[in-house]
Design a protein around this ligand. Structure first.
Ligand SMILES: Cc1cc2nc3c(=O)[nH]c(=O)nc-3n(C[C@H](O)[C@H](O)[C@H](O)COP(=O)(O)O)c2cc1C
Length: 367
């Protein structure tokens, strides 16, 4: 089977979630014996269709443009048994690059009007390759793909052209270390989908359910984490990509978000021998207390004071956030008495080990 896999994301390899999913689909397809070529459309020139209908009249089947589409991609598209159209979801549909590509496949049609079951169509000039649509979105709910899917089915849902639709919401979470296990299962399921498509021209419901499994159970905390990330980017004047490259963590802006983030950075292996409660008494930018209970590798972060904390840290909120996000050195802050500590100092010494997980790993994992 000859497969052309088109990725229309403008983002580079390593950044594009469309590319991440597509690479796994292609891996599975190749394992099942398909001959697959991946094309990054961002590296190609595909001019917009200018609506001249030259391809329907003066030079039937041949576009007026002389660009990568005319010279290279359209001939490859025509020769393929299957084309994977992989696009980021932009404004709830394919992005402009993919749309431009699809519009430029007009020469495959003849100009004549025909009707079937009350619907007007143009007859095919050549054999049309079968299609798989793949898209990724930022928002977490499945319904973000409703418009795209309706459109895809309207134009390609006939004559057995449409082999499968693979839609992955909440795709940016795929590279967040905290969701690594689920991400690996989703990517492995996508490779499985690739094998299934080549072997049987369909994706089983089990595989599809694994691809579409919920990554983030709790939308509210996901939004809070996301919003903190955006606030950190704005404050630092950096893009999300630079945020990932620098291995930053979202900077908590309240005691509530501090308790949300601390468990995400917890490293259970470093805590197997610890049963302890640490209390934070904050003043300055945010005022109030919260405590963290560690027991047998489990962690719980709770707002308010604890009964008998093993360690109490009294600190300006902003100083602790600077330490936590790597902007200030904890030891130096301690020497300068920017924060006070009471109780078991060995816990303070182990803080980096216990909570270094998100700080040590870049915020984005790559596969
Ligand atoms: C211009 C633009 C429009 C977007 N529109 C949507 C949208 O309508 N719905 C959505 O869930 N995500 C939307 N997103 C988010 C992308 O779909 C998401 O970040 C995706 O992971 C990008 O894929 P990529 O990494 O392959 O480029 C949009 C992003 C951009 C830049």
């Amino acid at each position: 089977m000859k497969v052309l896999a088109l990725n229309s994301s403008p983002r580079s390899e390593g950044q594009s979630k469309t590319g991440l999913i597509l690479n796994h689909l292609v891996k599975g397809m190749r394992e099942a014996g398909a001959d697959v070529e991946i094309v990054d459309l961002r590296k190609k020139t595909v001019k917009n269709c200018i609506g001249c209908f030259t391809c329907w009249t003066k030079t039937p089947g041949v576009c007026i443009h002389k660009d990568d589409m005319a010279n290279e991609l359209y001939p490859k598209w025509l020769e393929s048994d299957l084309v994977v159209c992989a696009t980021p979801l932009y404004c709830f549909t394919v992005n402009a690059t993919m749309k431009a590509f699809i519009e430029r496949t007009l020469p495959v049609l003849q100009p004549f009007f025909a009707q079937y079951e009350g619907r007007t169509y143009h007859p095919l000039r050549h054999r049309h390759p079968k299609l798989v649509f793949l898209s990724v979105a930022g928002f977490p709910e499945d319904s973000v793909f409703d418009q795209l899917s309706a459109w895809v089915n309207f134009i390609y849902g006939h004559n057995d052209l449409l082999v499968a639709e693979i839609y992955r919401p909440c795709a940016e979470a795929l590279t967040v270390p905290f969701f690594k296990e689920k991400a690996e299962d989703i990517l492995e399921a996508t490779a499985q989908a690739g094998r299934e498509i080549v072997e049987s021209m369909r994706i089983s419901p089990e595989t599809m359910a694994r691809i579409r499994q919920v990554i983030v159970e709790d939308d509210t905390s996901f939004f809070e984490m996301g919003n903190l990330m955006w606030k950190t980017c704005i404050a630092e004047g950096i893009t999300p990509n630079e945020f990932g490259e620098k291995g930053l963590i979202p900077r908590p802006d309240s005691i509530e978000t501090f308790t949300l983030i601390m468990p995400k950075g917890f490293n259970p292996e470093a805590a197997s021998d610890i049963t302890a409660t640490m209390q934070f008494d904050f003043f300055g930018e945010a005022q109030g207390s919260c405590h963290i209970r560690i027991d047998n590798g489990e962690i719980e972060a709770i707002e308010g004071t604890a009964e008998n904390p093993d360690l109490t840290i009294e600190t300006p909120f902003e100083v602790w956030m600077d330490i936590m996000t790597g902007k200030a050195d904890g030891q130096q802050m301690f020497m300068e008495e920017r924060h006070k500590v009471n109780g078991d100092l060995s816990l303070l010494v182990r803080m980096n080990q216990l909570f270094g997980k998100i700080a040590r790993t870049p915020f984005h994992v790559s596969y």
